[in-house]
Write a protein that binds this ligand. Structure first.
Ligand code: CA
Length: 544
């Protein structure tokens, strides 16, 4: 029984799948925004930090945090107090503290789904030319993930060499990931080569260290990710540096830049940290996102498995990497996987509808049409067409008629992501692309099929958030062969060895192009770490 026909079909469908509409990056609750508007970044003149802190407190402001290496005070105060401080000779700069969001989009559908009985190699591994370049053992570089934490118990993530820090706002334990964002990012870099799950760019344990700074938690009311701020991001950056990290993954950002942040990142880059951030998910017309668009930070845009730029990817990226339907780790058993199997044809994976029950159904298909009324399936699996009524109504009509499971066929080419809303089912329910219809129809009448929906620890996500760790992984691979090279040299090698996909040189859509591991390593060698001096042409790098 070969699964290949199904897999080939799904591979073909990938070329037909349409991308969902672009979503705005994150949520911006107004109440939080107003509350945040009262947090300020105040940079003191040299040697004046403590004096300035006392002065601010005397005016009624509250100094929440002092970041001495930046002469920076994070202050809670109202606008009137801030106005009183303007022009004060102890102050270099005074600005509001803007929010920063994770750069992740809702899950999409793709044929590359995790299979329970083998290891799936995410497409980015091949696309970035990394299989020929295993990490060179012994350098033990530390990669810092500023994110939502990671699921340290995950079966496919390394345990050794992983440590972390608690977020300054108490967003929780770094080894727990409530939203799944950080676990997905971590898996792209470091998921283990172990014949299960997925594989990361650096899949051998102990080759690298991960240091996790948790800045995103989960809002208990909305279930959405919380957001962080410029002040917290600078604090997190300090923690990365304190942990000895030399690469920082920031799958996050926001549209407002700050003077203090720009300065802190420039300092970190000068001190040898390679800084990598998501270009943003608001599409080509959106203004730049920060920290990605600071001169000291590599901005990463997203492409799909066929090197085409993602419609959500913001312009101005320095390089691009895979960021559409990326398969990686999600917190243990938090994902859902649908499997449809038929004797003689094999099995294939599909996405369950959101709200589907876990479980398994066996039986032949019973055609329910649009399932606009009770469908007398009686122990069989309802085969339902999409359209006219809601998914929840269709599934209810299947359940009412005694159906043991439900398959909903799309009414247009490609796959779809559906939800049962607030009416979860008691039977397993999956969606299938329209193209699967003729194959199911060709099954002999009464042919038994097995439909199951199970919990999985792997899943798909899209976003420049997902592209960012690909660049981080490639940088670490190339750097491992030339550990004495500077972050500047590695950055230059990544850029100039990238596979150009747009206009020659740096273009607004693809930047320098798709990063390539082996080519970056070779160029680093040719450059001899950029000695004696590294060119950063101002036409290409808007350095200050
Ligand atoms: Ca694995």
């Amino acid at each position: 029984m070969s699964p290949m026909p199904w897999l080939r079909l799904l591979a073909m469908l990938a070329s037909l799948a349409t991308l969902p509409p672009t979503f705005a990056q994150g949520l911006q609750p107004d109440s939080h925004r107003q509350q945040r508007a009262r947090t300020w970044l105040v940079t003191a003149t040299s040697g004046a930090t403590e004096r300035l802190a006392r002065h601010i407190e005397s005016l009624g402001g509250r100094v929440e945090r002092t970041l001495p290496r930046h002469q920076l005070l994070v202050v809670r105060m109202d606008s009137a107090t801030a106005n009183l401080l303007k022009g004060n000779s102890l102050i270099q700069n005074l600005e509001a503290d803007p929010p920063r969001y994770p750069m992740q989009l809702p899950a999409m559908q793709s044929p590359q789904l995790p299979m329970p009985d083998r290891e799936t190699i995410p497409y980015g591994i091949e696309q970035l030319d990394t299989p020929v370049l295993p990490y060179r053992h012994g350098t033990n570089r530390t990669i810092c993930l500023i994110d939502s934490g990671i699921d340290l118990q995950h079966e496919d993530l390394p345990k050794g060499g992983v440590s972390g820090a608690f977020d300054v706002q108490g967003s929780g334990d770094w080894y727990v990931d409530e939203t799944g964002h950080g676990t997905h990012v971590a898996g792209t870099i470091a998921a283990l080569a172990n014949d299960r799950g997925v594989r990361g760019l650096i899949p051998q344990p102990n080759d690298i260290n991960l240091f996790v700074v948790k800045v995103f938690g989960k809002d208990p009311d909305t279930g959405e990710s919380t957001w962080t701020s410029s002040a917290d991001l600078i604090t997190a950056l300090d923690r990365c540096e304190d942990a000895g990290a030399t690469i920082v993954n920031m799958s996050l950002g926001g549209p407002e830049k700050t003077w203090a942040e720009r300065r802190a990142f420039a300092r970190a880059f000068r001190h040898g940290l390679l800084l990598v951030a998501a270009a943003g998910n608001d599409g080509p017309d959106a203004p730049p996102s920060y920290p990605a668009s600071y001169p000291s930070v590599i901005s990463v845009g997203a492409v799909d498995a066929r090197d085409a730029v993602a419609d959500f990817s913001q312009h101005g990226a320095e390089v691009v990497a895979p960021g559409v339907d990326v398969l990686s780790t999600v917190p243990t058993a938090s994902g859902r996987l649908g499997l449809l199997a038929a004797a003689g044809v094999g099995q294939f994976a599909t996405d369950p509808l959101e709200g589907s029950a876990l479980g398994e159904a066996q039986g032949s298909f019973f055609s329910c049409g649009l399932a606009q009324s009770t469908c007398p399936a009686q122990g069989q699996i309802c085969l339902i067409e999409r359209g006219e009524n809601t998914f929840a109504e269709k599934v209810q009509h299947c359940q009412d008629g005694g159906g043991s499971g439900a398959v909903i066929l799309n009414n247009e080419p490609g796959s779809f992501a559906g939800t049962l809303g607030d009416q979860p089912s008691t039977i397993p329910v999956v969606g299938l692309p329209q193209e699967a219809g003729p194959i199911l129809a060709a099954l002999p009448t009464g042919q038994a099929v097995t439909l199951s929906v199970t919990a999985t620890s792997y899943g798909l996500k899209s976003g420049t958030s997902m592209a960012t760790p690909h660049v981080v992984g490639v940088a670490a691979l190339a750097w491992s062969y030339h550990p004495a090279c500077s972050a500047q040299a590695v950055r230059l090698a990544l850029d100039y060895s990238a596979l150009g996909l747009g206009e020659p040189g740096r273009d607004p859509i693809y930047g320098f192009g798709l990063v390539q591991a082996q080519a970056a390593r070779s160029l680093l060698e040719q450059l001899d770490c950029g000695k004696p001096s590294l060119p950063f042409p101002s036409s290409l790098y808007p350095l200050p």
